[in-house]
Design a protein around this ligand. Sequence first.
Ligand code: NAI
Length: 726
Amino acid sequence: MPETSKGPAKEYDGFAFELRENGVAFVAIDTPGEKVNILSSHVMKEFNRLLDDISTRHDIKALVFISLKEDNFIAGANLDEIENVTEAADGAEKARAGQSTFQKIAKLPFPAIAAIQGACVGGGLELALACHFRIAKIHPKTRIGLPEVRLGILPGFGGTQRLPRLIGIEKALGLILTGKLVDARKAGQLGLVDKVLPIDHHGFIKAEAEEFALGAIEQFKDGAHGKSRGHGSIMSKIVEGTAMGRGFLFDAARKRTLRSTKGHYPAPLKALEAVQRGLEVPIETGLEIEARLLGELIITDVSKSLIAIFHLSEDLKKDTGVEKAKSQPATITNVHLIGAGVMGGGIAQLLAFNDIAVRMKDVNQQALDLGFSRASQIFQAAVDKRKLKPADMQRKMTLISGTLDYSGFSISDFVIEAIIENMEVKKQVFAELEGEVSEQTILATNTSSLSITEIATAVKKPERVIGFHFFNPVHRMPLVEIIRGDKTSDETTITAVAFAKRLGKTPIVVKNSPCFLVNRILGPYINEGALLLQEGATIDEIDKAMLDFGMPMGPINLLDEVGLDVGFKVAKILHEAFPDRIAVSPVMEKMSVAGRLGKKGGRGFYIYDGKKKKIDPEVYRVIGHVRRAGAISRQDIQNRLLAAMLKEAALCLEEGIVRRARDVDAGLIFGTGFPPFRGGLLRYADSLGLSFWADLMAQLAEKTGPRFAVPKLIAELAEKSGTFYG
Ligand code: NAI
């Protein structure tokens, strides 16, 4: 390989320049002091200076952009800078600045090549798109895409203009409107990169990039870089090639987007507009359209909320689960499960999916078979959606084994119990289990409502007992509540938190208390829904009000989903724990007596026919409902249901059930689907001001009784104009 002929002409903060004798130059990106490369304003300023310096050089034949961080190309723009923008004009100006830098790359008189290894997202991909060619290495960390819509904005450094021109409208929309990331192989199939490099052991892309760059010199002279790489079908070429075809395509995408966002998320629609309008004009005009639309989005509450949730998730990723952790998590290799039911089967699948061997124990072969078939169904659905290869499914299924006794448990590092929800049975199982495992084994329970402290009394070492509460369906719900009993040790907690993260879940640590955090807050939500029904509101009015707010389902529908028997049981537990404010609604009792189990029984408040459901008019007779449609306004329904949740959440904070506001919001977003665009229950409450909620609760308490009495924390925050997030 030729030697470097010239060192850097100048120093550029975050960039190293190198020109080799063969005329191939490298710009190596390396944001100092950061784990990932970020395009902050400062970095962009330095980048501009560098581009200005090299654009007129005659000794460069080709230029390669490369990262010095092995598993990261560029992770995007600086979120703090996006978050701080409060004027649309400033947002548009930021976009214009980035676009003009990247235009300098597009206009270089020699070929520019992005050599991608590791994450290349957002502004990182927009830089790569401004290059004339792109190559990407297959690497576990190589993920390519434009995730801006997930933060409530659109790609504003040229992404909405260059991507459709490069790979075609349909494929570009598939990435831009969803924020989906793809690996190097898929990027190659899409035409997003010109060459996919195989994974290797020396692991660095530089030599291959140099070879590619030498070949690109001729191709650049031939104008190959200006051609679309969208190797679509003839049909898609016809559709995208005519105004009518394009119109049809954009209309369909708009409808799809509205269906999936229910109109709550403006970013995908604006991104669609940027693509559609941009394709009818020269790229310079398209870039200006993109900049203005970005300006409109960057100042929305939705974007601020989504960025706050991003920070919250990042914060949780770093959280060990205890303040000032003194120990490291123990290594978990062997995992055992007791109970192969709905949850057991789902947990086994999750473990196997993460390549962790798991042995399930149940009381008979039939029960074990059900666990296997549940795991297999979840894998099969992933195969059907082409998210998993059939061979991988087979391999992963072999990681699950079954047993009717405790054979193999002696080597277990972590046992998860997921048997029936019955305290006596669980205690008996834990007592038995302790004699079968080593001194170090962590004993976790998936109970959704029983006291961890009490379960732990069944064993001699209660410090190793912990709640490990997954949500149903396990493979889809991101949350795991990690519940500490009174005697659970820090070591056990740290290991459980680390293990949940290894499974790809978001853990929050919760103190043992009735129904823990999420179900404790959902309890009053469901109960208040039943009370509204009792007062004459209709099922449709109640559920629709919360769907309009953005909840994935209203409280009546939710009760059907969890099952009337389970809902009734949870309400009773909460009533026993908090008799002054939680009374079990007679509606629940009447439904349970009438044997209406909800979705699992085919009939609850709704009747279920396959995937369809409709309200069962008969149900009004069952509950003795006096219908007064319109008697309670949509706004009042929303206020009451939100106030019921908020009051309980505030009490959980007061009682130290969770350590901070962040944990409440994470619990509700990742455990119940509380609408992310609202930023979380407490962040949403903060946005309206705590005095609004204190006044509302006081009024409700006067009208409906003490269950809405203003909690101390809310009264105090309202008094000093404080917020949950401080
Ligand atoms: P399930 O009834 O589907 O499964 C329970 C399984 O445990 C059955 O296969 C049963 O044969 C087995 N089993 C019972 N006694 C046993 C014993 N002594 N030894 C070994 N196996 C035994 O119940 P599901 O729904 O899976 O719930 C399990 C646990 O997970 C419960 O504590 C429940 O509260 C909790 N949970 C349930 C959720 C749900 O939505 N179903 C959500 C979150 C937690």
